[in-house]
Design a protein around this ligand. Structure first.
Ligand code: SAM
Length: 457
């Protein structure tokens, strides 16, 4: 069978699992170069796409090396590493040593190779980073090379895929962007059911303690009277029965002054008395969110959450007290003592929801979208409630199902589940890229000269 004609050639920097490759290949593009330094992903990329990627982009360290090693191409794609700009990281940005400066590598390659188009992807926080200066620098540098540039945020759920994952996309063209329009959103609602595999085999059981915590919060939901509006704020059960001061003074303030007796007469987590205890003993009975040294005064948001939790407890103690006595949440790790009900108005059956164990607590969401995939540890993989899992049991979403959330269903994933989840959490959603690339690359036609290159498939 004849191969379809190649419409354009592209390169895939920081290639990971190849989300950009999948999207651009579908539009008739040919990958001619990729770079990925993580050995497992590097090997897997070759297996999936027939290109052996370059390893460390920093080793493309001069214009000569770039000119020699990177074949001519029409489109450059790059999801440059986002930790330097991510809310979760320290936000050092361009100063994040070499990693923060990887944008400048992209810039160097664009300036030497001058492809007609580019698509860059990053976390949306890059647009706010340093009060917008970081994004302004990026755009100004790219415009300085002659590109017209536009930036827009998009998420897979706007295209019918059940994952909320907003990302910032920078597109650029040497031919101007008059003919380009960002893709319009899909109106239809999404459902997690669309990515579930009926014959999914959970590769790992949910640990006993996690199941107990889910049962505990499930019981909390079913005990709550229908007339009681459940909190929109995070539920911190350790604040139930607690009375320690958090407004005019705080436990860390008393400890800093070596005056533990100031806490006599108050109760710590779950109401445990602080009377006549040493600072060390008191520390164990104060919730971790209120016991950090240096946290002499609590920020307004924290004071508000503590106040709201205590008020909620006091107005609902009739049904919460027996729940506390039955489950004794203080026996569980602190993250299991917290619960986020992101399903306001939804049915109060925990097994109808998608759950995620986070440092901030167990989060329950309606099965409309999955939580945004992050470079997860195994414990953060979304858990499907028994009534929506299709297997009749609570279970983790499989790597294959998470791949569907990234529109990467057709490729092979890393063998280790941990590596697969992590790479999927870093990947770009292929459907979103396709929706952007389709109008952006519509006028690209097959290149006349066909520069052969050892790395091209
Ligand atoms: C945000 S992810 C991009 C994922 C990719 N767009 C995808 O669809 O899977 C960034 C990737 O860049 C890789 N990376 C980070 N620093 C690198 C470097 N100096 N050279 C090559 N690859 C690098 C990481 O291993 C990671 O896979």
């Amino acid at each position: 069978m004849d191969q379809p004609a190649v419409r354009f050639r592209f390169i895939d920097l920081f290639a990971g699992l190849g989300g950009f490759h999948v999207a651009l290949r579908d539009l008739g593009g040919q990958g001619v170069f990729a770079a990925e330094w993580e050995p497992t992903l590097n090997t897997l990329y070759e297996h999936n796409f027939g290109i052996s990627p370059w390893s460390d982009v920093n080793e493309l360290d001069s214009d000569e090396v770039i000119a020699q090693m990177i074949p001519d191409h029409d489109v450059l794609t790059a999801g440059f590493p986002c930790q330097p700009f991510s809310k979760a990281g320290e936000q050092l940005g361009f100063e994040h040593t070499l990693q923060g400066r990887l944008f400048f590598k992209v810039f160097d390659i664009l300036s030497v190779k001058r492809p007609r188009r580019f698509i860059l992807e990053n976390v949306p926080n890059i647009l706010q980073h340093r009060g917008g200066q970081t994004a302004a620098t990026i755009v100004a540098k790219l415009e300085g090379l002659g590109y017209e540039v536009q930036v827009h945020r998009l998420s897979p759920h706007q295209f019918g895929i059940p994952q909320v994952r907003e990302r910032a996309y920078f597109v650029g063209s040497l031919d101007g962007l008059n003919a380009f329009e960002w893709p319009t959103e899909f109106e239809e609602s999404t459902s997690i059911a669309s990515v579930l595999h009926p014959d999914a085999q959970a590769s790992r059981d949910i640990p006993e303690q996690t199941l107990r915590a889910i049962d505990m919060w499930g019981d909390f939901l079913s005990r709550s009277p229908a007339t009681v509006k459940l909190p929109w704020f995070p539920i911190w059960s350790m604040e139930f029965r607690a009375t320690y001061p958090f407004e005019t003074t705080t436990p860390p303030k008393s400890w800093a002054r070596r005056r533990p007796r100031e806490l006599d007469g108050f109760a710590g987590s779950f109401g445990f008395p602080l009377e006549r205890l040493s600072i060390r003993e008191q520390r164990r009975l104060i919730p971790s969110h209120s016991g950090r040294d240096g946290d002499i005064e609590f920020p307004v948001w924290k004071q508000k959450f503590i106040r709201q939790n205590r008020e909620f407890f006091l107005t609902n103690r009739k049904w919460i007290e027996p729940w506390l006595d039955k489950w004794q949440p203080w026996e569980l790790p602190s993250s299991f003592q917290k619960f986020e009900w992101n399903a306001q108005g939804g049915v109060r059956d925990i097994d109808e929801h998608v759950l995620q164990v986070r440092a901030s607590g167990i989060r329950a969401k309606r099965p409309v979208t999955a939580p945004s995939l992050i470079a997860m540890t195994n414990t953060q993989v979304p858990i499907l409630g028994a009534n929506i899992s299709r297997t009749g049991k609570r279970r983790y979403m499989t790597p294959e199902e998470c791949a569907e959330l990234q529109s990467l269903g057709g490729i092979e994933l890393p063998e280790s589940d941990l590596q697969a989840y992590k790479a999927l959490g870093n990947a770009v959603n292929a459907s979103v890229v396709r929706a952007i690339a389709h109008p952006l690359l519509a006028d690209l036609r097959p290149a006349k000269k066909n520069a052969a290159h050892p790395q091209a498939a």
